[in-house]
Design a binder for this molecule. Structure first.
Ligand code: NAD
Length: 305
């Protein structure tokens, strides 16, 4: 018999701040597991889009016979879109911040959450790279802050990296683990905070090499992707994966890592990504990145000079 994962400490409403690529699905994933969620975004259009795409996803699951219509309705009804962060925070027991990958913006959110959440509530950031100690001192509750790093697409990817900052209490870490379980995700604990955590450090090392090979004109992005897929058995190559994640988000991560660690190969990576983002090529979400998604299958599109 399977022993259910412990979820003690993960009760009450969840607040998700940011209804973009990640936040929308974090909210949906929690709702599918019976959690009431308040979903907040500053951009009303984005909030509407998140709700509509979540509804479409639920309908597709029902059509495919993978979800009961009642379960889909219940999940849809559990997510409340809100534009008032203060009101949403006041009724929540735990918050997950999933706004743009910018430490200053995230610090402002952490401070606002601290002002409006109940005293016992915890605050987690879903940042791909920013360790919680860079955000937690914007609050009066650094012991109740940690990272909860979900993976894209959240509705498919099972892992959640829970990262303990130097001030994170044992109780907060245990609650983050419990929330991951409650949301149907598998947590691992990174005991000592480090930029990029585990998965993105390993991915970053491989991607940095891929960008250096592209910058040195050793091979095209398409051939590097084919090599990695066929030779390492990755489901996607590094450039396909970057397009999938969003090149503006990847640029934010790589720029931050370069400024803090300056590993060889970072400059080439950031230069290529800046040219791509500067040309409006953000990957799948804008229809063009290292590939052109207007055609099926997507066609390789070399970076602009
Ligand atoms: P995104 O650009 O798709 O969404 C960010 C959302 O935040 C937008 O809807 C924006 O309107 C909203 N926002 C901005 N400022 C806000 C504010 N002050 N209050 C409320 N909402 C605000 O970005 P994303 O890809 O969803 O990434 C979000 C976070 O998740 C980032 O920290 C990123 O590093 C992390 N992350 C991303 C991925 C990925 O593959 N995209 C994977 C794991 C983690």
């Amino acid at each position: 018999m399977t022993v259910p994962a412990p979820t003690e400490g993960a009760e009450g409403q969840l607040l998700v701040v940011g209804a973009g690529t990640m936040g929308a699905q974090i909210a949906q994933q929690a709702a599918l597991h019976g959690v009431d969620v308040a979903l907040v975004d500053v951009n009303a259009q984005q909030l509407q889009h998140a709700m509509a795409s979540n509804l479409e996803w639920l309908e597709r699951r029902v059509d495919k016979g993978k979800l009961e219509p009642q379960a889909a309705d219940a999940a849809a009804n559990r997510v409340t879109p809100m534009d008032d962060l203060a009101a949403a925070a006041a009724g929540s027991a735990w918050a997950i911040e999933a706004v743009v990958e910018n430490a200053e913006v995230k610090r402002d959110i952490f401070a606002a959450l601290d002002a409006h959440l109940p005293a016992q509530a915890g605050i987690a950031t879903n940042s791909s790279n920013i360790v919680v100690s860079r955000l937690a001192d914007a609050t009066g509750r650094p012991d109740r802050c940690c990272n909860m790093h979900f993976f894209h697409p959240v509705l498919v990817m099972d892992l959640c990296e829970v990262v303990r900052g130097p001030a994170t209490s044992d109780e907060t870490c245990a609650r983050a683990v419990a929330w991951s379980h409650r949301m149907g995700r598998t947590p691992i604990v990174v005991e000592k905070e480090i930029d990029g955590f585990i998965v993105n450090r390993i991915l970053g090392a491989a991607s940095r090499e891929a960008f250096a090979l592209l910058a040195g004109r050793v091979a095209s992005a398409e051939d590097i992707d084919i090599a990695v897929k066929r030779g390492l058995n990755w489901p996607m190559g590094p450039f396909q994966l970057s397009d999938f994640s969003g090149l503006d988000t990847v640029l934010g991560v790589r720029r931050d890592r370069m400024e803090r660690e300056a590993a060889p190969g970072d400059v080439a990576t950031v230069e290529i990504l800046e040219r791509m983002v500067g040309a409006g090529r953000l990957g799948r979400k804008s229809g063009r990145g290292f590939y052109d998604y207007a055609v099926d299958p997507p066609a390789p599109l070399p970076p602009p000079d």
